[in-house]
Design a binder for this molecule. Sequence first.
Ligand SMILES: [Cu+2]
Length: 181
Amino acid sequence: MAGYSASAALGVLLLFCCSTWAAATDYTVGDSTGWANGVDYSKWTTGKTFVTGDTLTFNYNAGIHTVDQVSATDYSSCSASNALSTDSSGQTTVTLSKADTYYFICGVAGHCSNGMKVAVPVTASSTSSPSPPSSSTPTPPSAGTTPSTTTPSTNKSSPRTVSLPYVVTLTGLMLLKLVLL
Ligand SMILES: [Cu+2]
C-alpha cells in the first residue's frame, strides 16, 4: 500500500519535471581549439545567441591556463587581480544565470593580451514564463469516470494542436492508473 503512494508521488514528480523542461545549450569555448593562446574569441562568439541557463565549458591544460571571470574594466585592461572567480582545473564550466555580459580572461601573464579573453553577452531566455499555473493542474484519476461530457466531436478540424505538456500529462495519468490498479 505504501508502495502505491510512493509510485504515485514519482509519477507526479515526473509530470512536473517534464512539463517545465526547457533546452539549455552548452557551448565549448573555442570549439575544438579550446581555451588557448592566439585565438580570436570575438570570432567565436559572433553569430551565437547566449541565453540565461546556457553553460560555457572551457577546455585547457590544467595549470597552464586559468579561467578568470572579471569586470568589463578588468577585461579591457587584462587585469586578473580583482577576479570574481578563478579556476585552473583544466575544465571550467560556467552557468550563464544572469542576462548580462560575462567577461573571462586567462590570468597567466601575457596570455590575455595574446587573445585569451572572451566577452559573452547573455539575453534572457524567452522560455522563462511558459505555463499559467491554474490550467496545468492534472485531473486525479478517480474523477475521470465521466469522459463523454468533455469530448466535443465537432472540433476535429485541428488535431495538430495537441501540445507536448498535454501528452505528457495524459501519459502520466495513464501511468498512475496502471500503478493504482
Ligand atoms: Cu593562458
